[in-house]
Design a protein around this ligand. Structure first.
Ligand code: SPV
Ligand code: MG
Length: 467
């Protein structure tokens, strides 16, 4: 059985190896964080507030936060540590908070020793009054006494350095909070140098696991944290900040262009949105629980019958694709006259294979569905190669192959819906280039079917052009 999320968070914090928590602010971003490989999520007060368009000053009510993180918990299988600000009040509010967080599956909470309503630690240092230390210890005890899961994690965050009270006060408070029952100490700093954090770590000497948030001292190599046996590093806001950059660029571009052409290639495809929402699971459940839709689950048909596409019956009009025969011989030349590169000859080409054979192709014959190999065809291919490689006369003929290429009247492939039949997608008429255009064709058709994404290339290949 997988251990509970609380147990996993406790293990992450206590293990000797450094752990990382990545910020998320919504169900979607939490899922993305988990998919990136993070073992836990930081439910950041700053970024959750920002995602709602409000300030990190307890403008969201505590119950709005709990309701919101419930979605983040539901979207992930890794533990979530919530930034619980000051606990949203006194010891009594803290007790209710812990009980409610456990109910929605949050694995742990961090509370900071400031006053409600708090101000973000990086704003206005004169607005960072510290809580009374004894009162905060009571809040920690009340939180610990309220948890029903013994592994629920409570992290006490020391803001003494943020508020300018110095190292001695920071250590004194960390010690008191540890004694009151905190499972770990988060020591925060707004300095761009890690010096005061390192001084704290040296003095603290790992009396309890330490959590760091290196947002401001971001240049510090992670090795420095490992060397000082830090327990957890939180990347506290970078998913939100990355999304701000992407949203601003996309909105500006669209406002300027009033068209999607320069935007569509740079944004996640729609099917990625559906995947992240877990649509696949719903589709499987629909198959299990809903009566089968009439006509089955079929929503589209892709016609990719090569040279035979022209013979498909039951269509409003025949598809103008016809076969062009190609004969090819596989020769096994004597070892001394082996060729090592693809060679283009007048009227033919040679492709050396790893097994020593040389494929020589191919005739171009407009003779309908004739799949016979002929003396004339083999002669054309062997003569072409003998003109440049006389030694090929001694080669044995290993195999003769015949293929029928699907030719369209104008030489371009048909990729797209049939005129008047939007659910019938044609992918045919690629003539000699089917093997080369296969990946592109598959991509164009998949995007058309899954995303309704009509790539500009499809205007050239539109089957409607021949109506
Ligand atoms: C948060 O992510 O909300 C934090 C970290 O509390 S900080 O913004 O650095 O205070
Ligand atoms: Mg915060």
């Amino acid at each position: 059985m997988t251990p509970r999320k609380t147990t996993r968070l406790r293990q992450l914090i206590a293990r000797p190896e450094l752990a990382f928590l990545m910020e998320a602010h919504s169900g979607l971003s939490a899922r993305i964080v988990e998919e990136a490989g993070f073992e836990g999520v930081w439910g950041s007060g700053l970024t959750i507030s920002a995602a709602f368009g409000v300030r990190d000053n307890n403008e969201l009510s505590w119950s709005q936060v709990v309701d919101h993180v419930a979605f983040m918990v539901e979207a992930t299988s890794v533990p979530l540590l919530l930034d619980g600000d000051t606990g949203y009040g006194n010891f009594n509010n803290m007790r209710r908070l812990v009980r409610k967080l456990e109910q929605v599956g949050v694995a742990g909470v961090t509370i900071e020793d400031k006053l409600f309503p708090k101000t973000n630690s990086f704003l206005r240092s004169e607005r960072q009054p510290l809580a009374d230390m004894e009162e905060f210890c009571g809040k920690i005890k009340a939180g610990k006494d309220s948890q029903s899961d013994p592994d629920f994690v409570l992290v006490a965050r020391v803001e003494a350095l943020i508020a300018g009270w110095g190292l001695t006060e920071a250590i004194k408070r960390a010690e008191a909070y540890h004694a009151a029952g905190a499972d770990a100490i988060l020591i925060h700093s707004k300095e761009s140098s890690p010096a005061e954090i390192f001084a704290f770590l040296d003095a603290w000497d790992n009396r309890a696991p330490v959590v760091l948030v290196p947002t401001k001292y971001w240049r510090t190599p992670t090795e420095e944290f490992r060397a000082r046996r830090v327990g957890v590093v939180i990347w506290a806001n970078h998913v939100l900040r990355a999304s701000i950059t992407a949203m601003q660029a996309t909105a500006a571009r669209l406002h300027q262009d009033a068209a999607l052409l320069n935007v569509e290639p740079h944004v996640a495809p729609l099917h990625e949105v559906f995947r992240l929402q877990g649509d696949e699971e719903l589709q499987a459940a629909e198959e299990r629980y809903l009566p089968a839709a009439r006509g089955g689950a079929l929503s589209a048909v892709v016609l990719a019958a090569g040279a035979w596409s022209g013979g498909l019956e039951g269509l409003p009009r025949a598809i103008p694709v016809r076969p062009i025969k190609g004969q090819m011989v596989a020769l096994r030349p004597p070892a001394e006259s082996a060729i090592r590169r693809i060679v283009s000859l007048p009227g033919a080409y040679c492709v050396p294979r790893d097994d020593g054979r040389v494929l020589v192709g191919a005739t171009v014959e407009d003779v309908g569905f004739d799949e016979r190999s002929t003396v004339e065809g083999v002669n054309a291919m062997t003569s072409a190669v003998r003109r440049v490689l006389p030694a090929a006369a001694a080669a044995s003929i290993d195999a003769v192959r015949v293929g029928l290429r699907p030719a369209s009247p104008d030489g371009l492939p048909f990729i797209g819906p049939l005129p008047g039949l939007p659910a019938v997608i044609l992918a045919a008429g690629h003539y000699r280039n089917g093997i080369l255009l296969l990946p592109l064709t598959a991509d164009l058709v998949a995007r058309l079917l899954l995303d309704d994404d009509v790539d500009p290339a499809l205007s050239v290949t539109d089957p409607g052009r021949l109506v």
